[in-house]
Design a protein around this ligand. Structure first.
Ligand code: UT7
Length: 332
């Protein structure tokens, strides 16, 4: 019997309508369009403004796009893995809420908390479920409503982040397509540089934590930047080396969109020209777990069966990693 691999067989995405531009941010904090563009590459990000809407409300349309494209009954879905650091609630898992909203009544599921590497961790986990032979249809969705945890008086963080969701369907392949290899890493020593201080069991919400603005993402940008540049480039180079992949073998680098300068450093290290790098940071900013599937969504039509893709990310934890994929279908 030929080996089962986990192929991505459809992609869906969703970004909210509201565009928060650099110009608007100039009115909110001491920054400039010029500074943001040159230091990060970002021009605008999408924000989920409607009251009462949460991460699941972005994940649902992304997954529904897949159901429509594949003419799939939601009851056929075996499992939903939701990568997010902005779950609708602390519990139950957003994956469970999504299942109920789309009618995936036969699915089990769980949330994956790995910040900007959440989609890679989830994709690798979902691939293992498929490879085991026990599951035939696994949805992996990366979604974050970063605007829910961003302090719009802090120019160090508010200029980078945005809201959005991207999803993929994983199905078994016997043609040797799909997830080929992954290298995933973590180092909790990095927590001090990127975290949310309150709201967990260490520091439950109180009047004091709210007054001290501790329910927002805290980031020491310069330090995270330094680790991200080396972490993302090293792991991308490592996955190429381990699989004897040269720059010419790779059709696309699909990088986490945190900062254009981090993306450029990774592409340079891999020897890839800009034309082979998916970059949409100028339009969406950093949507945390959403960035990589949103790139796949934007580029789906250009992808060809057999294309080698390297997905790479670095983020809070620290967490980082790279996944090599052989794309399973021609975009139309
Ligand atoms: O996705 C999860 C992981 N996160 C990341 O990968 C993000 C990594 N970090 C970064 O992308 C960058 O560090 C930032 C974009 C957050 C900041 O860029 P930077 O080039 O590292 O700036 P910096 O913090 O070193 O600050 C340089 C200067 C400082 O001024 P002085 O001290 O040189 O006078 C800052 O005060 O720029 C100033 N500055 C700003 N100026 C205008 C910092 N933020 C801003 C701002 N607008 N928003």
């Amino acid at each position: 019997m030929s080996k089962i691999t986990a192929a991505i067989t459809a992609v869906g995405g969703y970004v909210p309508e509201y565009r928060l531009t650099n110009k608007e941010l100039e009115q909110m904090v001491d920054t400039s369009d010029e500074w943001i563009k040159t230091r990060t590459g970002i021009e605008e990000r999408r924000i989920l403004k409607e009251p009462g809407k949460a991460s699941s409300d972005m994940a649902v349309p992304a997954i529904q796009e897949i159901l429509k494209k594949k003419n799939l009954d939601p009851k056929e879905i075996d499992c939903i893995i939701c990568a997010t650091v902005t779950p609708d609630m602390v519990f139950p898992a957003t994956a469970n809420l999504i299942s109920a909203k789309i009618g995936a009544t036969n699915a089990w599921g769980f949330d994956m908390s790995a910040a900007c590497s959440g989609f890679l961790y989830s994709l690798s986990t979902g691939a293992s479920l498929i490879e085991s032979g026990r599951y035939k249809k696994v949805i992996v969705v990366g979604v974050d409503k970063m605007s829910a945890i961003i302090d719009y008086t802090d120019r160090n963080t508010c200029i980078i982040f945005g809201d959005g969701a991207g999803a993929v369907l994983l199905e078994p392949s016997t043609e040797g397509l799909g997830v080929m290899d992954s290298i995933l890493k973590s180092d909790g020593a990095g927590a001090e540089y990127l975290h949310m201080k309150a709201g967990g069991s260490l520091k439950p919400a109180s009047i004091e934590t709210v007054t001290a603005r501790e329910h927002y993402a805290y980031q020491e940008g310069k330090t995270v930047f330094k680790f991200a540049v080396s972490g993302m480039a090293d792991v991308s180079a490592a996955i190429m080396e381990r699989n004897n992949l040269g720059a010419d073998d790779i059709a696309w680098l699909v990088p986490h969109q945190a900062n254009l300068r981090i993306i450029d450093a990774t592409a340079n290290r891999m020897g890839l020209p800009t034309e082979k790098v998916m970059i949409n940071i100028q339009r969406y900013g950093n949507t945390t777990a959403g960035t990589i599937p949103l790139c796949l969504w934007d580029w789906e039509k250009q992808l060809k069966k057999g294309d080698n893709l390297v997905l790479a990310a670095f983020g809070g934890g620290f967490t980082w990693g790279a996944i090599w994929i052989k794309w399973a279908y021609d975009g139309q």
